[in-house]
Design a protein around this ligand. Structure first.
Ligand code: BGC
Length: 266
């Protein structure tokens, strides 16, 4: 299966590090022009854009807080100014603000819901408006646009000490499915990815040293995931190779969502 995203434009939110940066690299390697959105970390996003351009790709970095409507509108307007179209949105920005529920501040609840869920809605809405105007770009893709919502295994697995994060990802699942139901007839393809434990800054403490040994007990496949495990699936879901995949979440978690605690017969 040879995948080419030549002539396509992809916008990746939260692309300054982790899964977002990995997805951006992989999409660029597959031939897409990429817009690397960041919120606070301009330097790594700009450096990644520089590297992609140096390797013959096309990339720009644009700062915007996806939880803010005016920032999102500007982000998508600047994307069109830079590259003239939009074919792929990877709604990836996300953060954790962990604490027990009794100690969780309303600010930490709101921030996580704001970025992880409202941010994905605002970006999807902006992308859909563009896809509707563009329609199918003949010879470029069979779909009029593709959206990939970055979720988590915690859209399914409850997570004590992380109620804001788990609630946001449960919301992402229903956002994704409801949007897909609403717009698939316009040949817009919307899917989700639910990563398990991937080695990135968001879970550095849990993936190193003794904590990593504990974490591995939850992963039947016996290794912590790499960014590339997710990035490869992003490229697949963005391409016509997955043209009949609509409204689905792909779990990429080494089996974490298989309830491994029950392996010994419960
Ligand atoms: C979280 C990580 C966590 C993983 C598995 C992800 O969504 O961001 O911190 O390690 O789920 O629990």
């Amino acid at each position: 299966m040879l995948i080419s995203l030549n002539q396509q434009v992809a916008l990746i939110t939260g692309a300054s590090s982790g899964i977002g940066a990995g997805a951006a690299k992989a999409l660029a390697a597959a031939g897409a022009a990429v817009v690397l959105n960041y919120n606070s970390q301009a330097a790594p996003a700009e450096e990644l854009a520089r590297q992609i351009n140096a390797q013959g790709g096309r990339a720009i970095a644009i700062g915007a807080d996806v939880a803010k409507e005016e920032d999102v509108e500007r982000l998508f307007a600047q994307t069109l100014e830079a590259f003239g179209s939009l074919d792929i949105l990877v709604a990836n920005s996300g953060l954790q603000k962990d604490s027990s529920a009794v100690d969780m501040s309303l600010a930490d609840w709101n921030q996580v819901i704001g970025v992880n869920l409202t941010g994905q809605f605002l970006c999807a809405r902006a992308a859909l408006r563009i896809f509707n105007r563009q329609g199918i770009r003949e010879g470029v893709s069979r779909a009029a646009g593709k959206i990939i919502h970055m979720s988590s295994v915690h859209q399914r697995i409850p997570w004590a000490g992380h109620v804001n994060y788990a609630a946001s990802k449960g919301g992402v699942d229903m956002l994704m499915q409801s949007l897909a139901q609403e717009v698939s007839h316009q040949r817009i393809r919307i899917n989700g990815i639910a990563p398990g434990a991937i080695r990135t800054a968001i879970n550095q403490a849990a993936t190193e040293g003794a904590a990593a040994q504990e974490l591995l007990k939850l992963i039947p496949y016996g290794r912590i995931g790499d960014v590339e495990d997710i990035a490869n699936a992003v490229v697949f879901l963005a391409s016509d190779a997955s043209d009949y995949i609509v409204g689905t979440t792909l779990f990429i978690d080494g089996g974490m969502s298989l309830y491994p605690e029950f392996r010994g017969n419960g």
